[in-house]
Design a protein around this ligand. Structure first.
Ligand code: NIG
Ligand code: FE
Length: 414
């Protein structure tokens, strides 16, 4: 497996740095019109103007000529529910006819319906299915993906999901990197209806210790009639004490204060935020919590988009991700997410690129390792079909990525 690569004649566009870009900094991209990237053993050892490139003995290197093409860091999809059993097309149709996401959940459908299907599926079935989605992600230029559990809602099945994620990531042939998240607090399972406190006890005493070492992040669906603020605080404080980094599904359906809680507990990111309060935005900006916005979910639920401009103009860091899942958002389309961010969320094209690269990495706390094209970072690179990065949103919903390099390995080549 070749991990030594030289990309010549590249029109390089990249954010720079090893931390999230905040506010106006998000719009600043570094441009190298005639550039070269040298990747050795999977990592970038040179990225700069061709004329400044050191001479290397090219034996043992694969050479790619990117003449006439834009070269960007690989995209980072920092919020997905990649592993799940079954599908829910019936619910999609009910929503088209006017049912709301929460009303379906409250009558036992929604997340619980995928929990039933995931419990029935074997590890092998779940692994194969997730692999199919990974292949589609790679096609669109994703080189790192976050993957959540959350459709087990009991110890054996939550661990089964985390094991599936682990099996996928330890496959040497895997074409991207996976960051695992424990989402046992995705819903209160039907067996514990009306007994949320008892389920939280199990989450804290059984599941967190079992998930330790299998997941880096712990996430929760903080929402009215799911996990309220006090319940979320208790569980997420315990997760933090157990050494997990924190993420929140926050203020997705109603304004509840999830953003404020994420800031209070020092979360790495708070996600969704369609109904975030002004105070939530301010708290997140102050505490450096990345706002991970998921335009495909708002689109699929016919909800208003998250206030990306308010976040950026308040000095916060915004990341964009797909939220791929079988319910609220059955789409992993990076091209459509880019178009929606620019057309409906009023993000500039440059901000959108930062949100899907360096800030996505920051939302996974790996901005020191990937998310930009710089010496010392992983060789996660994509080459577009075009010579202009502005094609990305303009070619609405269509894939502009022609070549994908993940950890120095070519995983898609056109
Ligand atoms: O990010 N809102 C909670 N969780 C997911 C949806 C999960 C599902 O519907 O299966 C979300 O929207
Ligand atoms: Fe989600």
């Amino acid at each position: 497996m070749k991990r030594n690569l030289i990309i010549k004649n590249a029109y390089i566009i990249t954010p720079l740095g090893s931390a999230a870009k905040k506010g106006a900094e998000m719009g600043k991209l570094h441009e190298i019109p005639d550039g070269r990237i040298i990747i050795k053993e999977g990592n970038i050892i040179f990225c700069g103007a061709s004329k400044d490139a050191e001479e290397v003995d090219e034996t043992g290197y694969e050479i790619l000529d990117a003449r006439g093409k834009v070269v960007l860091p690989g995209f980072i999809d920092s919020h997905t529910h990649l592993v799940f059993g079954g599908y829910r097309p019936d619910e999609f149709e009910w929503r088209l006819k006017g049912d709301s996401y929460m009303s379906i959940m409250e009558r036992g459908g929604g997340i619980q319906s995928t929990v039933n299907a995931t419990k029935e599926a074997s590890e092998e079935e779940l692994t194969e299915k997730a692999g199919w989605f990974i292949d589609r992600m790679v096609e669109m230029g994703v080189t790192t993906v976050e993957a959540k559990s959350g459709y087990g809602l009991d110890t054996p099945n939550e661990m089964k999901m985390l094991d599936v994620i682990h099996n996928l990531s330890s496959d040497n042939d895997l074409k991207l990197r996976i960051v695992p998240t424990f989402l046992g607090a995705h819903a209160v399972p039907k067996e514990y209806k009306g007994r949320t406190e008892e389920y939280i006890e199990i989450l804290i005493n059984e599941m967190l210790p079992a998930a330790k070492g299998k997941a880096v992040f712990c996430d929760i669906f903080t929402e009215k009639n799911v996990f309220e603020i006090d319940e979320s605080r208790r569980f997420m404080q315990a997760a933090k004490d157990a050494g997990f980094k924190l993420k929140f599904h926050a203020d997705e359906i109603v304004t509840l204060g999830g953003a404020e809680l994420a800031a209070e507990l020092g979360a790495v990111s708070a996600d969704h935020l369609l109904h975030v309060s002004d105070k939530g935005i301010k708290d997140m900006a102050e505490k450096g919590v990345v706002a991970t916005l998921l335009p495909l979910t708002a689109f699929s639920l016919r909800e208003p988009y998250a206030p990306a401009r308010k976040f950026i103009d308040s000095g916060a860091a915004v990341a964009l991700a797909t939220d791929l899942n079988p319910g609220s958002c059955f789409s992993g389309s990076i091209p459509l997410a880019i178009a929606l961010a620019c057309i409906y969320m009023n993000m500039t094209i440059e901000e959108t690129i930062t949100a899907l690269t360096l800030n996505g990495a920051a939302a996974l706390d790996i901005a020191h390792e990937t998310g930009s094209l710089e010496e010392g970072k992983r060789g996660d690179v994509i080459i577009l079909e075009f010579d202009n990065y502005r094609m990305l949103p303009y070619y609405v919903g269509m894939n502009c990525v022609s070549t994908v390099i993940s950890g120095g390995r070519i995983v898609k080549r056109n």
